[in-house]
Design a protein around this ligand. Structure first.
Ligand code: FMN
Length: 181
């Protein structure tokens, strides 16, 4: 049974973290191990683009990305949850992705399963979330991960709005269970 790493792109205890907690809780019932990381609440330097990691496979910075990278290596499914920000992924997720370049250089992301989830305030017929999801799947494709599932939540503005979409959450979790089993 595969483990899952859930990366949450919002610092507030809002929709993204609510969804991550639900996923973790439900996976646990099926004895599937998952971890939650909130990069925005950690100490993570911005990538300077020095490219040293292309040479030696490690980053020159010592910060929380070291333990994050251990978790990425341990898990075969990566679940990215981003709040949609200006039709894109959040800055915290982007910083996290940039710092995964050492794993990209060593081809250690290759064939991991990636789930891309965007949560936005706009209604369903507005294309905002599609573009946010695309910004996540672009990363999966570039890093040769297997982009296995995308999911969007609309109409989420206040902290707990997502919890009103129970059916949607359950549908997503069923799919994630199949992927991680
Ligand atoms: C700076 C900023 C930009 C945003 N841009 C968008 C957007 O382009 N499209 C959208 O649907 N929602 C947008 N939103 C709303 C958030 O995506 C929405 O409130 C989401 O539920 C926040 O997730 P969280 O509760 O996990 O922080 C934006 C919010 C902020 C703070």
């Amino acid at each position: 049974m595969g483990k899952a790493l859930i990366i949450v792109g919002s610092r507030r205890e809002g929709n993204s973290l609510n969804l991550a907690n639900k996923i973790k809780e439900e996976l646990k019932k099926d004895r599937i191990t998952s971890y939650i990381i909130v990069p925005g609440n950690q100490k993570i330097h911005l990538c300077t683009g020095c490219m040293d990691c292309d040479e030696n496979g490690v980053c020159d910075f010592t910060d929380d990305m070291e333990k994050n990278i251990d978790k990425v290596l341990e898990c075969e499914t990566l679940i990215f949850i981003t709040p949609t920000r200006w039709n894109l992924l959040s800055g915290d997720i982007k910083i996290f992705m940039d710092r995964l370049n050492p794993l990209y250089s060593n081809k250690k992301l290759k064939d991991k399963k990636m789930v891309s989830i965007a949560i936005g305030s706009t209604p369903k017929d507005v294309y905002s979330n599609n573009d946010a999801v695309k910004s996540l799947t672009n990363f999966a494709e570039s890093s040769q991960m297997n982009s296995i599932l995308t999911y969007e939540f609309n109409n989420c503005l206040d902290f707990n709005d997502i919890l009103k979409q129970e059916d949607n959450i359950n549908k997503l979790i069923e799919k994630i269970k199949i992927i991680t089993k």
